[in-house]
Design a protein around this ligand. Structure first.
Ligand code: ATP
Length: 148
C-alpha cells in the first residue's frame, strides 16, 4: 500500500443511452438519454440502459427523451425503433419537436380527418382518414407539452 496520497475515488460511469432520431431528410436528435419512451405498435414502451435488443414498428404518438431530469417531447407519425447495446435508433416517417408544431395546422388536419372518418366509412379513404386523425391528435397532444 502506498502512503501519503489517498487513492482516487474510482469514477463510476452512469449507464446511459445513445439516441438518434432521424427522418429521411434530417437528424432530429443525436445525443445521450437516461430513458426514451415511444409509441410502439403493441403499446407505449420505455427503454432504459441495458435494455434487451429490440426492433419494433411505431405508431403515431408521442416520443419522450429524458436526459438529466429534462424531458424533450416529439410527435412521430410512425416508423421504426431499434435498441442494441444501449443505442436507440428511431427512424420516423415524420417527427416534429413540440416547439415546432403548428397547432392551427394540426387542428385543421384533425377537423378534416374527423369529417372524412364520419363520411367515408364505406370508402377507401376511411383508413387514410383514421391515420390522419392519429397523426393530428399526436401533434396536438405533444404541442400542449410546451404551451401550457
Ligand atoms: P397536413 O394535412 O397538415 O399536411 P399531414 O398529417 O398530412 O398534415 P404529414 O404528411 O404527416 O402531414 O407531414 C408532412 C410534413 O409536414 C412533414 O415534414 C411534417 O413534419 C410536417 N408537418 C405536418 N403537420 C405539421 C404541423 N402541424 N406542424 C409542423 N409540421 C407539420
Amino acid at each position: 500500500m502506498s502512503e501519503g496520497h489517498p487513492s482516487p475515488t474510482p469514477r463510476v460511469e452512469r449507464p446511459t443511452l445513445r439516441v438518434t432520431i432521424v427522418t429521411d431528410d434530417r437528424v432530429v436528435y443525436d445525443g445521450l438519454a437516461d430513458r426514451v419512451s415511444a409509441p410502439a405498435t403493441l403499446g407505449m414502451i420505455t427503454v432504459l440502459p441495458h435494455h434487451v435488443c429490440l426492433i419494433t414498428t411505431l405508431e403515431p404518438g408521442e416520443l419522450i427523451v429524458k436526459w438529466e431530469g429534462e424531458a424533450k417531447y416529439y410527435a412521430i407519425s410512425g416508423g421504426f425503433l431499434e435498441v442494441r447495446d444501449d443505442e436507440v435508433t428511431i427512424l420516423g416517417d415524420t417527427v416534429e419537436r413540440a416547439e415546432e408544431i403548428d397547432v392551427a395546422r394540426a387542428e385543421a388536419a384533425r377537423q378534416r380527418a374527423e369529417a372524412l372518418v364520419h363520411t367515408a366509412r364505406e370508402r377507401p379513404e376511411y383508413l387514410a382518414g383514421l391515420q390522419a386523425l392519429q397523426r393530428s391528435r399526436a401533434r396536438l397532444k405533444v404541442a400542449q407539452r410546451v404551451r401550457r
